[in-house]
Write a protein that binds this ligand. Structure first.
Ligand code: HEM
Length: 123
Protein backbone atom coordinates (compact mmCIF):
# COMPACT_ATOMS: atom_id res chain seq x y z
CA UNK A 1 0.00 0.00 0.00
CA UNK A 2 2.83 2.36 0.82
CA UNK A 3 4.39 1.71 -2.61
CA UNK A 4 1.08 2.54 -4.33
CA UNK A 5 0.76 5.64 -2.17
CA UNK A 6 4.26 6.74 -3.22
CA UNK A 7 3.50 6.15 -6.92
CA UNK A 8 0.36 8.30 -6.56
CA UNK A 9 2.40 11.01 -4.77
CA UNK A 10 4.84 11.10 -7.72
CA UNK A 11 1.89 11.46 -10.14
CA UNK A 12 0.39 14.15 -7.88
CA UNK A 13 3.60 16.19 -8.05
CA UNK A 14 4.20 15.65 -11.77
CA UNK A 15 0.59 16.67 -12.49
CA UNK A 16 0.85 19.95 -10.55
CA UNK A 17 4.29 20.57 -12.06
CA UNK A 18 2.68 20.35 -15.51
CA UNK A 19 -0.02 22.82 -14.43
CA UNK A 20 2.40 25.38 -12.93
CA UNK A 21 5.07 24.83 -15.61
CA UNK A 22 2.49 25.08 -18.41
CA UNK A 23 1.11 28.29 -16.92
CA UNK A 24 4.56 29.88 -16.51
CA UNK A 25 5.64 28.83 -20.01
CA UNK A 26 2.44 30.42 -21.40
CA UNK A 27 2.85 33.76 -19.59
CA UNK A 28 4.13 35.57 -22.65
CA UNK A 29 1.77 33.99 -25.15
CA UNK A 30 -1.97 34.61 -25.59
CA UNK A 31 -2.88 30.95 -25.05
CA UNK A 32 -2.40 28.34 -22.34
CA UNK A 33 -0.41 25.14 -22.85
CA UNK A 34 -3.04 22.49 -23.65
CA UNK A 35 -1.44 19.88 -21.38
CA UNK A 36 -2.45 21.95 -18.33
CA UNK A 37 -5.92 20.40 -18.18
CA UNK A 38 -4.51 16.86 -18.34
CA UNK A 39 -1.95 17.68 -15.65
CA UNK A 40 -4.70 19.04 -13.38
CA UNK A 41 -6.98 16.04 -13.97
CA UNK A 42 -4.15 13.56 -13.30
CA UNK A 43 -3.03 15.33 -10.12
CA UNK A 44 -6.58 15.71 -8.85
CA UNK A 45 -7.41 12.03 -9.32
CA UNK A 46 -4.03 11.02 -7.83
CA UNK A 47 -4.68 13.23 -4.76
CA UNK A 48 -8.13 11.75 -4.14
CA UNK A 49 -6.72 8.20 -4.55
CA UNK A 50 -3.86 9.03 -2.15
CA UNK A 51 -6.40 9.82 0.56
CA UNK A 52 -8.31 6.58 -0.12
CA UNK A 53 -5.20 4.40 -0.24
CA UNK A 54 -3.73 5.99 2.90
CA UNK A 55 -6.96 5.62 4.87
CA UNK A 56 -7.51 2.02 3.73
CA UNK A 57 -3.92 0.87 4.04
CA UNK A 58 -3.12 2.69 7.29
CA UNK A 59 -0.28 4.55 5.58
CA UNK A 60 -0.70 7.64 7.76
CA UNK A 61 -1.04 5.82 11.10
CA UNK A 62 -2.39 8.26 13.68
CA UNK A 63 -1.01 11.46 12.20
CA UNK A 64 -2.38 12.01 8.71
CA UNK A 65 -3.03 15.46 7.28
CA UNK A 66 -5.90 17.57 8.58
CA UNK A 67 -9.03 16.68 6.58
CA UNK A 68 -10.01 20.36 6.53
CA UNK A 69 -6.77 21.00 4.64
CA UNK A 70 -7.60 18.20 2.18
CA UNK A 71 -11.10 19.70 1.78
CA UNK A 72 -9.74 23.17 0.99
CA UNK A 73 -7.21 21.69 -1.46
CA UNK A 74 -9.95 19.63 -3.10
CA UNK A 75 -12.21 22.65 -3.68
CA UNK A 76 -9.34 24.79 -5.03
CA UNK A 77 -8.11 21.91 -7.23
CA UNK A 78 -11.62 21.38 -8.65
CA UNK A 79 -11.78 25.07 -9.57
CA UNK A 80 -8.31 24.82 -11.18
CA UNK A 81 -9.41 21.77 -13.22
CA UNK A 82 -12.60 23.53 -14.40
CA UNK A 83 -10.64 26.68 -15.34
CA UNK A 84 -8.12 24.56 -17.26
CA UNK A 85 -10.95 22.79 -19.09
CA UNK A 86 -12.63 26.07 -20.02
CA UNK A 87 -9.25 27.47 -21.17
CA UNK A 88 -8.67 24.40 -23.35
CA UNK A 89 -12.10 24.91 -24.99
CA UNK A 90 -11.56 28.66 -25.37
CA UNK A 91 -8.13 28.12 -26.88
CA UNK A 92 -9.35 25.70 -29.51
CA UNK A 93 -12.30 27.96 -30.41
CA UNK A 94 -10.22 31.15 -30.77
CA UNK A 95 -11.13 32.03 -34.35
CA UNK A 96 -7.85 33.67 -35.36
CA UNK A 97 -5.87 30.51 -34.63
CA UNK A 98 -3.84 32.08 -31.81
CA UNK A 99 -5.28 29.74 -29.17
CA UNK A 100 -5.97 32.87 -27.08
CA UNK A 101 -7.69 32.50 -23.72
CA UNK A 102 -9.05 35.23 -21.42
CA UNK A 103 -6.11 36.57 -19.36
CA UNK A 104 -8.23 36.57 -16.18
CA UNK A 105 -8.95 32.86 -16.67
CA UNK A 106 -5.30 32.01 -17.19
CA UNK A 107 -4.00 34.06 -14.27
CA UNK A 108 -6.70 32.89 -11.84
CA UNK A 109 -5.56 29.35 -12.57
CA UNK A 110 -1.91 30.23 -11.91
CA UNK A 111 -2.69 32.04 -8.65
CA UNK A 112 -4.92 29.21 -7.37
CA UNK A 113 -2.26 26.56 -8.02
CA UNK A 114 0.32 28.57 -6.09
CA UNK A 115 -2.19 29.11 -3.25
CA UNK A 116 -2.72 25.33 -3.09
CA UNK A 117 1.02 24.66 -2.96
CA UNK A 118 1.26 27.07 -0.02
CA UNK A 119 -1.74 25.40 1.69
CA UNK A 120 -0.20 21.94 1.06
CA UNK A 121 3.14 22.86 2.59
CA UNK A 122 2.30 25.26 5.44
CA UNK A 123 -0.99 23.82 6.83
C1 HEM B 1 -3.86 22.73 -6.96
C2 HEM B 1 -4.03 21.65 -6.21
C3 HEM B 1 -2.97 20.93 -5.38
C4 HEM B 1 -1.64 21.21 -5.20
C5 HEM B 1 -0.81 22.34 -5.82
C6 HEM B 1 -1.11 20.19 -4.30
C7 HEM B 1 0.21 20.15 -3.86
C8 HEM B 1 0.69 19.28 -2.91
C9 HEM B 1 2.00 19.35 -2.31
C10 HEM B 1 3.08 20.40 -2.62
C11 HEM B 1 2.09 18.33 -1.41
C12 HEM B 1 3.29 17.99 -0.50
C13 HEM B 1 3.06 18.55 0.88
C14 HEM B 1 4.11 18.12 1.87
O1 HEM B 1 4.68 17.04 1.72
O2 HEM B 1 4.35 18.89 2.82
C15 HEM B 1 0.84 17.60 -1.45
C16 HEM B 1 0.54 16.50 -0.67
C17 HEM B 1 -0.67 15.86 -0.65
N1 HEM B 1 -1.80 16.18 -1.41
FE1 HEM B 1 -1.95 17.69 -2.73
N2 HEM B 1 -2.12 19.31 -3.97
C18 HEM B 1 -3.28 19.72 -4.60
C19 HEM B 1 -4.53 19.12 -4.52
C20 HEM B 1 -4.82 17.97 -3.80
C21 HEM B 1 -6.11 17.31 -3.75
C22 HEM B 1 -7.35 17.76 -4.53
C23 HEM B 1 -5.98 16.23 -2.92
C24 HEM B 1 -7.00 15.20 -2.51
C25 HEM B 1 -8.29 15.36 -2.50
C26 HEM B 1 -4.62 16.21 -2.44
C27 HEM B 1 -4.09 15.27 -1.57
C28 HEM B 1 -2.81 15.31 -1.07
C29 HEM B 1 -2.32 14.36 -0.07
C30 HEM B 1 -3.11 13.23 0.53
C31 HEM B 1 -0.98 14.72 0.19
C32 HEM B 1 -0.01 14.04 1.17
C33 HEM B 1 -0.32 14.37 2.58
C34 HEM B 1 -0.05 15.81 2.96
O3 HEM B 1 1.10 16.15 3.20
O4 HEM B 1 -1.01 16.62 2.99
N3 HEM B 1 -3.93 17.28 -2.99
N4 HEM B 1 0.00 18.19 -2.37
Amino acid sequence: MEFLYNVLTVLHFIGWAIVLGGYLASLRSPGLYRGVFHGAATALVAGVLMVGVAEMGGVWGDDGPDMAKIGVKLVVALVVAVLAFVAKRQGSKADNGTGAVAPALKHSLGVLVVINIIVAVFW
